[in-house]
Design a protein around this ligand. Structure first.
Ligand code: F6R
Length: 602
């Protein structure tokens, strides 16, 4: 979603801002812009619809500055047009503003305060910058005008504001949307994600909601909205667990897909020793204290959570529910007496989850976040957090975070089961199973050329596809369908194989692609029958079976693994099929249309 960068006190602000925006590209956007000021009377506003490369091309050598703000916009209010691209400027051309979030009372504020102002865009952001200008025109200082606007605004925001009359200062504020201050020597920066500014500094201060920051080249002043000063030291942010460079891969998705065996081994090194699970004491205590676990997530992370439920129930004997964060936040559940909410999130910034976290805090429910970004909002604000250790995931389509989430849930389930003396946990060796999964994943990744052929055969000209399976195979079907649709735009559904005949089989016609996962011994025969039923109606069926259950004619064999962890293998061909479907259609695999990597609006 929208990305913000800001800088003050450098000789080459356009360069720093463009490099920062390029690092935020992964979040998803449809237009980009920057404002720079050379603090010597010259300033420049440049915006473009489309890619950052278009913005880069428009920022010629004449565009110079020592401070400025930049933005990638993912359209919420208003179409992706030049007028709606940020930065937005007040009618008197004094204030320039970039914004991430959604202001829910923009229309009311406009009606009340901006009667005489003609808006140039359809955005809620422009309402805010005009509001600041109107307040400043009454004699308030820039900071006081900004504060007054912040006091009236409802909704989510990360703001970075420039007052053209005083370009020695940047004003920053946030509520619900992520924003960090990066502290340099003789300069300071602002970014939605530390990744954007790691080339400049590794010292970052995370902001809390409703804080206002005044930034100069050499000072960072944080205060609460009522003016109370806040003292917070910067923390060192390091890129560990892998890098964010593409290297020799054509797309990040392929790179990240290939990293999955390494991610599994890294998790084993981090959370097990001598084959035994080692968890931080606070995490184990929180798990043991709970009489019911609630896994809360969205999208692919939700699909990983679905695989986690049977792991906790079988290995640890603890009832576990899995919830979509966007539903859980607003619909009251009948909660257990001692719940533990476990947030599963690659980015750690998903607004739907943050809303549940706020609710959990209000209710006094304990919380644990499993995330890939240690400095993220959900990591900081939960009672405890564990790293997914997957390394930066840049492609919008999540791959290695799914693997890391399933594996870490298995580790937690076994750790809890052993601590509770559960016989099933004692009989299970998660370390062994995960190392088998790592080598199994590597074997399957080596089969990429075969899966490319299969994708061509199945999906050329296809407009819809079905993935079917039972038990955990069904759970992987849901993830497989999401992966295919989000990057190839083929309408895809994951189905409990037994349910097809209750309605959906009506959609099967000549050449409809159906991918059947067959790894569950209890139901393999039934799933095979369901695959035969759709084949009899003309479907093109690809059967993917575990070695122990494979039969002649199955197109792909998966190495054997304990059934509860089989999704770690089944998901690999699913990811590869989606990747090749997108590639062959000529799409930008890493940046599918309409999608964002870090979903910071509800
Ligand atoms: C799909 C995908 C999304 C995310 C979802 C949650 O490939 O990546 O469905 O899984 O937006 O994001 P996180 O895990 O960052 O909370």
């Amino acid at each position: 979603m929208c990305g913000i960068v800001g800088v003050i006190g450098v000789p080459n602000a356009p360069e720093v801002l463009l490099a920062g925006l390029a690092k935020l590209e992964y979040r998803g956007y449809d237009s980009a812009g920057l404002y720079v000021n050379d603090q010597a009377g010259h300033d420049f506003l440049v915006k473009r619809v489309g890619r950052i490369s278009a913005l880069e091309a428009a920022v010629d050598a004449s565009v110079q500055g020592t401070m400025g703000i930049g933005h990638t916009r993912w359209a919420t209010n208003g179409r992706p047009t030049l007028a709606n691209a940020h930065p937005h400027v007040s009618a008197d051309e004094r204030f320039y503003l970039v914004h991430n979030g959604v202001i829910t009372n923009a229309a009311a504020l406009q009606a009340q305060y901006l009667q005489g102002v003609t808006l140039a865009s359809d955005t809620d952001t422009e309402v805010v910058v005009q509001l600041i200008a109107v307040f400043a025109q009454t004699g308030l200082s820039a900071k006081a005008a900004f504060r007054r606007a912040l006091q009236l605004i409802e909704g989510s925001y990360a703001f970075c504001l420039v007052d053209r009359l005083d370009p020695s200062t940047l004003f920053v504020a946030k509520n619900q949307s992520p924003l960090l201050i990066g502290v340099g020597t003789g300069f300071n920066v602002v970014a939605s994600d530390a990744l954007a500014m790691l080339d400049q500094t590794d010292q970052f201060i995370a902001l809390a909601d409703h804080e206002l920051v005044t930034l100069t080249a050499t000072t960072v002043r944080i205060e609460a909205l009522d003016g109370t000063p806040v003292v917070r030291a910067p923390q060192t942010v390091r890129l560990t667990d892998g890098d964010a460079e593409l290297g020799a891969y054509p797309f990040y998705m392929l790179k990240e897909l290939n990293e999955q065996p390494t991610v599994l081994r890294r998790l084993l090194a981090r959370y097990t020793a001598d084959g035994q699970v080692q968890l931080p004491a606070a995490v184990l205590q929180a798990l043991q204290a709970a009489d019911r676990l609630y896994l809360v997530a969205a999208g692919t992370s939700y699909h990983a959570g679905l695989v986690g439920k049977p792991l906790f129930e079988q290995l640890a004997g603890v009832p576990t529910e899995v919830h979509l964060a966007s539903e859980f936040a607003y619909h009251q559940q009948l909660m257990a007496a001692k719940p533990l909410l476990i947030f599963l999130t690659q980015s750690g910034e998903t607004a739907d989850l943050r809303q549940v976290l706020l609710k959990a805090k209000a209710e006094g429910w304990p919380t644990l976040t499993l995330t890939n970004v240690a400095s993220s909002t959900l990591a900081r604000e939960a009672d405890a957090a564990l790293s997914l250790a997957a390394g930066p995931e840049i492609a919008v389509a999540s791959t290695k975070a799914y693997t890391a989430q399933v594996a870490l849930l298995a580790i937690l389930a076994q750790g809890l089961g052993v601590a509770q003396a559960q016989p099933a946990a004692a009989a299970f060796n998660v370390a062994h199973q995960l190392s088998l999964a790592a080598s199994g994943q590597a074997q399957l990744i080596d089969q990429a050329p075969r899966l490319h052929e299969a994708a061509q055969h199945l999906f050329t000209g296809a407009t819809r596809a079905f993935y079917i399976g039972r038990g955990t195979d069904w759970l992987v079907s849901l993830e497989a369908a999401l992966k295919l649709k989000e990057i190839s735009y083929i309408q895809a559904e994951g189905f409990a194989a037994g349910e097809l005949k209750h309605g959906t089989i009506a959609l099967i016609e000549a050449d409809t692609p159906v991918i059947a996962f067959i790894t569950d011994p209890a139901t393999a025969a039934h799933t095979r029958s369901n695959a035969a039923e759709v084949a009899a109606r003309g479907a093109q069926v690809l059967r993917i079976a575990s070695a122990a259950l494979a039969e002649p004619g199955d197109q792909l064999r998966l190495p054997d693994l304990d059934a509860c962890l089989m999704p770690l293998l089944t998901v690999i061909p699913a990811q590869l099929l989606a990747y090749f479907a997108s590639l062959d259609r000529g799409y930008d695999v890493d940046r599918p249309r309409n999608l964002a990597k870090s979903v910071t609006v509800e």
